[in-house]
Design a protein. Structure first.
Lengths: 250, 497
C-alpha cells in the first residue's frame, strides 16, 4: 500500500511536529509513507473566499503530486473536505464554463483516495487501538468540516478512547463552531472573536489539560484565544496524541 | 397617522461593522443566546421523534424543486383556481409594484386602517411604510411584530421578530407605547408573561373588531385548488383572516405547491423545524371567497421581486425552497453573536445571507458583505428541512462578489462587475496562489520566516490586527515539515514519484 502524506500548507509551515507525528504513527502501524514534494495547498482559502479560478491550478497540482499513491492521508478534516466536496464542484463548474473535463477528471481521481487521518486509521487500516499512551486529561472539539462534511462521527473519540492513560472529558457545546472559518477570522473579526471566546471558556471549564482536534487551522484560533485568555489548556492535534507512547511521550 | 416613526433597513452598514457593535451589546448577546439555545434543543428533540425525517426532508426538497422547474405552469394553474373560487389575482414584478397594488386596493375600500397577519413578504417589500405614505395605518397583530412595531424597531428573526428583547424590555415598550397606537396597557403592568399577553390581547382585540381590511402573506399556495395556507401559533392571524370584509394576501411566487397532498409533507416539516412543535396550534386555509363566512373580497398579489432572477441561477435557486422556518437562524453561531439587525434585511441569519444578495443583488456594501457573514460551519445545512446547501450558496455568492460574472437581472442575462473594495484582496489571493503553485517559492518563504522568527512581533500591524487583537499568533517553527522531511527522509523515500 502506497500512502502519500498531504501535510497541508498550515501544518507544513506552522505545525511541522504534527506532520512528524503522523509519520511516526503511520510507520508504527506498518504503513510506508511518502511525501511528494510537488504538493502545496488544497486551495481552500481561495475557494472559500470566492476565488474559485485561483483554486484551479492547485487542484491540478494536488492531483499530479499524488498520482500513483493508493491513498492520500491528511491530518486535516477541513482540507480533506475541500478535496472531497469542492474539487468535484470546481471540476463541474470548469466544464460548465466550456473548459473541458480535465479538472473534473483530475478531481475524480483524487476524491475516493483522499482520507482524513482518523478515517484512514479506522476505515482503511481498521484499527482503533493504535498502541498510544498519553497520560493527560483531554477534551475533544469536533471541528465543523470533519463533523458535518466528512461525517467523522465517533471515529476520533473511539481512537482517543483506546489511548492508555488518557482521560477524555466531554466539552459542553462541543458541536458549535470555534469561529475560525479561514478568512472569516479577519473579515468578521468581532464575531469570530466572540465565538472563539465562548469556545475557549467552555474548554477551560472542562478542567482538561489539553484540547484535541483534527484540524490545526482551528487550533491556531482556539489556542491563540486560550493563550490570550491566560488559560493553561494546551491545543494538541490528535496525531500527536496517537503518536505518543510510553517510550516517547509526544 | 397615529403611529410614530418607522425604522428602515436602508443605508445600514456592512455586516462586519454592524456586528462589531452588536457583539458588544451584552444584553442582546444574553437574550439571543438564551432564546436560540432553548429553541435549538427543542427542535432537535421534535425532529428526533420522527424516524422518517430524512425522507420527509428529501420529499420536501424534491417537491419544491419540481415545482420551481415548472413554476410558470403552477402559477397559472393557481391563478385559474383562485379566480374560479372568487378571488382576484394581481402580479407584482417588484416591491414598488406590489406596494402600489396593495395601496390602491386598500384605497378602493375607503378604509384608512388595516390589520396585518405576520408576513415576511410584506416586511421584504416595506409595505407598512408605503401604506403610511398613503395615509393608511397598518397594525401588526402578531405578538412579536406588535412589540417591534410599538418599539419603532425592526424584526431581527423570521419566526420570533422580537427575539432581541427580553420581557422587561417588552413591559416597558407596552407601558410607554400602546396608548399611541390604540388601547393603552393596563396600569401596573408587570413583566409576567401572562400579564404581557393579556395586555396585548386587549390592545389587539379592539383592532380585530374594528378592522375592515386585512393584509396577510401565506406559507403555502396550492395550485390545484387555489387554497392559501397560513400556519401560526397565536390565532391572531385567524382573527385577521376571518373577521374583515376584505383580505389582501401578498405572497412570493415560490410559495406555490402543486397539490393539496403536498401539504402533508410541509405541515410536518415546518412546525417541527420552526417552533419545535409536532403540530402548530392554528393552520388556516381558505379558497377564494364564500358568501357564508370570512372575507367577501379576496385579492392575491403574487410577488416576484428578484425570485425569477434567483431561479435563473443553477446553484442559488435552492434558496427558493425555503419555507421560512428559521431553524438555520437558531443554530447559527454567527447569528447568535451578531443578532438579526446586522443582516440589514427582513431575512436575517444564514438564509438571509443567501437570499438577500440574490433578491437585491450584491452591489451595495451591505449586500456584498452578507455572503461572508458565515464561518461555513454547516450547522444551517444540517437542520434545513428542505436541504438547502447554504454553505455552497454562500461560497457561490462570494465568487459573484469578488469576480462578478453572469447573472439574471429582471429576467435578462447580464454580466456584472466585481463588487467594489476587493482589489487588494484579489492581488493578495493571486500572489498567494502563485507562491503556492511554486513550492520552491513557498519553501523560500518558509525558510525566511523560520530564520527571522525571533524578530516576529506578537501583535500585527494594519489588517493583521484583526487577528492579533484577540488571539496570540502561532510561533513559527525552526524548520518546516518539508525541510525536515528532506533533511531526514528524502533519500529513503522510495515512494516519491
Amino acid at each position: 500500500m502506497r500512502v502519500g502524506l498531504f501535510i497541508t500548507c498550515v501544518n507544513d509551515t506552522l505545525y511541522p511536529h504534527t506532520g512528524r507525528a503522523v509519520v511516526t504513527l503511520l510507520e508504527r502501524l506498518g504503513v510506508e509513507v511518502g511525501f511528494p514534494a510537488g504538493q502545496s495547498c488544497c486551495g481552500q482559502p481561495h475557494f472559500n473566499t470566492g476565488y474559485r479560478h485561483e483554486t484551479e491550478p492547485l487542484v491540478r497540482r494536488y492531483a499530479t503530486a499524488f498520482r500513483g499513491y493508493d491513498h492520500i492521508v491528511t491530518p486535516s478534516g477541513s482540507c480533506a473536505a475541500m478535496v472531497r466536496d469542492n474539487y468535484p464542484r470546481i471540476g463541474a463548474k470548469a466544464a460548465a464554463e466550456g473548459r473541458g473535463q480535465e479538472l473534473a477528471e483530475a478531481a475524480a481521481t483524487v476524491v475516493p483516495r483522499t482520507h482524513e487521518l482518523t478515517e484512514f486509521l479506522t476505515d482503511v487500516l481498521g484499527v482503533t487501538d493504535v498502541g498510544a499512551y498519553y497520560p493527560h486529561t483531554v477534551t475533544y472539539h469536533p471541528t465543523c468540516h470533519g463533523l458535518r462534511m466528512l461525517r467523522l462521527g465517533d471515529r476520533p473519540r473511539a481512537l482517543l478512547g483506546a489511548v492508555r492513560g488518557l482521560d477524555l472529558v466531554e466539552l459542553p457545546g462541543a458541536e458549535e463552531c470555534c469561529g475560525f472559518g479561514g478568512t472569516f477570522a479577519v473579515k468578521n473579526a468581532a464575531v469570530s472573536a466572540a465565538m472563539g471566546a465562548d469556545k475557549a471558556r467552555n474548554i477551560t471549564a472542562t478542567g482538561a489539560q489539553a484540547v484535541c482536534t483534527v484540524d490545526n487551522s482551528c487550533q491556531m484560533h482556539i489556542g491563540g484565544t486560550l493563550a490570550r485568555q491566560g488559560s493553561a489548556v494546551r491545543p494538541v492535534h490528535i496525531a500527536e496524541i496517537l503518536a505518543s507512547t510510553e517510550e516517547h511521550v509526544w | 397617522m397615529s403611529g410614530p416613526g418607522h425604522a428602515t433597513y436602508l443605508g445600514m452598514p456592512a455586516f462586519p461593522e454592524a456586528a462589531d457593535t452588536s457583539t458588544r451589546d451584552t444584553r442582546l448577546r444574553a437574550n439571543l443566546r438564551h432564546a436560540t439555545h432553548t429553541i435549538r434543543t427543542k427542535r432537535a428533540t421534535a425532529v428526533a421523534e420522527l424516524d422518517d425525517w430524512g425522507r420527509l426532508r428529501a420529499a420536501g426538497a424534491a417537491i419544491k424543486d419540481r415545482t420551481l422547474r415548472h413554476l410558470d405552469h403552477y402559477l397559472e394553474r393557481l391563478e385559474s383556481a383562485v379566480t374560479a373560487a372568487g378571488g382576484q389575482v394581481h402580479w407584482a414584478a417588484d416591491a414598488d409594484e406590489a406596494n402600489r397594488i396593495v395601496t390602491e386596493l386598500v384605497r378602493a375600500t375607503g378604509e384608512h386602517e388595516v390589520v396585518k397577519v405576520k408576513s415576511m413578504a410584506t416586511q421584504e417589500i416595506g409595505l407598512n411604510d408605503a401604506l403610511a405614505e398613503a395615509g393608511i395605518t397598518a397594525y401588526e397583530t402578531d405578538l412579536a411584530e406588535l412589540i417591534v412595531q410599538l418599539g419603532d424597531d425592526l424584526p431581527s428573526h423570521i419566526l420570533v421578530p422580537a427575539i432581541h428583547r427580553n420581557r422587561s424590555e417588552i413591559r416597558d415598550i407596552f407601558a410607554e407605547r400602546m396608548a399611541r397606537w390604540g388601547r393603552p396597557a393596563p396600569d401596573g403592568l408587570t413583566d409576567a408573561p401572562a400579564d404581557l399577553a393579556e395586555a396585548a390581547r386587549l390592545h389587539l382585540r379592539e383592532k380585530f373588531l374594528n378592522a375592515k381590511v386585512a393584509v396577510s402573506g401565506a406559507n403555502f399556495m396550492v395550485a390545484e385548488t387555489g387554497t392559501l395556507v397560513v400556519v401560526e401559533s397565536e390565532g391572531n392571524g385567524r382573527m385577521c383572516l376571518t373577521l374583515p370584509d376584505t383580505l389582501i394576501s401578498v405572497v412570493g411566487i415560490e410559495k406555490v405547491v402543486p397539490t393539496f397532498q403536498d401539504l402533508e409533507v410541509f405541515l410536518q416539516l415546518l412546525p417541527r423545524s420552526s417552533t419545535a412543535e409536532r403540530m402548530n396550534p392554528y393552520t388556516s386555509m381558505w379558497t377564494g371567497t364564500s358568501d357564508d363566512d370570512g372575507p367577501r373580497t379576496f385579492h392575491l398579489v403574487l410577488l416576484d421581486n428578484g425570485r425569477t432572477d434567483t431561479l435563473a441561477d443553477t446553484v442559488g435557486r435552492q434558496a427558493l425552497r425555503c419555507i421560512r422556518c428559521s431553524a438555520c437562524l437558531n443554530v447559527c453561531p454567527v447569528y447568535e453573536r451578531a443578532g438579526g439587525h446586522a443582516y440589514g434585511s427582513a431575512y436575517p441569519g444564514p438564509i438571509g445571507a443567501i437570499l438577500t444578495p440574490q433578491l437585491r443583488g450584491t452591489q451595495s456594501a451591505l449586500d456584498a458583505s452578507l455572503p461572508y457573514a458565515s464561518s461555513l460551519c454547516g450547522a444551517c445545512y444540517e437542520v434545513c428541512p428542505v436541504a438547502i446547501d447554504i454553505p455552497e450558496i454562500l461560497v457561490h455568492l462570494r465568487e459573484r462578489v469578488v469576480e462578478g460574472g453572469p447573472v439574471s437581472v429582471r429576467g435578462t442575462r447580464a454580466v456584472i462587475k466585481p463588487a467594489k473594495g476587493h482589489a487588494a484582496e484579489r492581488a493578495a489571493m493571486r500572489a498567494a496562489r502563485w507562491a503556492l503553485d511554486h513550492p520552491s517559492v513557498l519553501r523560500t518563504g518558509q525558510r525566511l520566516a523560520s530564520r527571522t522568527r525571533r524578530l516576529h512581533p506578537r501583535r500585527l500591524p494594519g489588517p493583521g490586527r484583526a487577528w492579533s487583537d484577540t488571539r496570540e499568533l502561532p510561533a513559527v517553527p525552526a524548520e518546516s515539515f518539508r525541510d525536515w522531511w528532506q533533511r531526514t527522509r528524502a533519500t529513503n523515500d522510495r515512494s516519491t514519484p
